[in-house]
Design a protein around this ligand. Sequence first.
Ligand SMILES: Cc1cc2nc3c(=O)[nH]c(=O)nc-3n(C[C@H](O)[C@H](O)[C@H](O)COP(=O)(O)O)c2cc1C
Length: 173
Amino acid sequence: MPARVLVAYASKKGSTAGIAKAIAKELQAMGHVAIVAEMKDVSSLEGYDALILGAPVYTGSVMGDLSGFVSRHRDALARLPVAAFTAGIAPVYPKTGEVKTFTDQLVAALHPISPVAVTMFSGTLDPKLLSFFERGLTSLLQVPTGDFRNWDAIAAWTRELTQKMGLAASPKN
Ligand SMILES: Cc1cc2nc3c(=O)[nH]c(=O)nc-3n(C[C@H](O)[C@H](O)[C@H](O)COP(=O)(O)O)c2cc1C
C-alpha cells in the first residue's frame, strides 16, 4: 500500500523548499504519494500516514514556528510518525554553529512528539539572494557561498526514513 506523506517546510530563500521537493521526489520514486507544502499553509493532517518537517537555520536558530505547528496539530501528530530536518551552512562551515545544537533545537521544538529521525543538511548561500545586511554579516564571518545541498545524502536519508516509519516500498514500474 503506498503511503501518503506530507513534507511541510519553512524557507526564506528557497533552498529548504528545494530539499523538501527532493524528499518528495524520492518518496514518489518509491511508490508513495508525497505532498509538499509550506508549513504555514497546512490546515489539517487528515489523510496523511506520515509527516516530514523541514526548516533552515538563521543566526543560530531553526527558523519557522515548529512548536506552533506541533501544538496546532497535536491530536493528529499523536498517531503519525514524524521526522524533521534542518538546513544550513554549519555542516560545511562549523563556525556558523554545531550541527548537534540545531538537531537538538528540532527535537525540543517537536516536544512532546518524539521524531523517528532528525538531521541537518547542508544548504545554500547565494550572494545574489542576500540583503545588504545579510551580505555584510556573512562576509564578516567569511561564510562560504554556493549550493552545498547533497542530493544523494537527501535521497539516502529519505529511504532510511521510510523504513523507520514502517512505510512499505511499492516501486512504480
Ligand atoms: C543572515 C543569515 C544567517 C545565517 N545563519 C546561519 C547559522 O547561524 N547557522 C547555519 O548553519 N546557517 C546559517 N545560515 C545559512 C542558511 O541556513 C542557509 O542559507 C539555508 O540554506 C537557507 O535556507 P532557505 O534558502 O530555505 O531560506 C544563515 C544565512 C543567512 C543569510
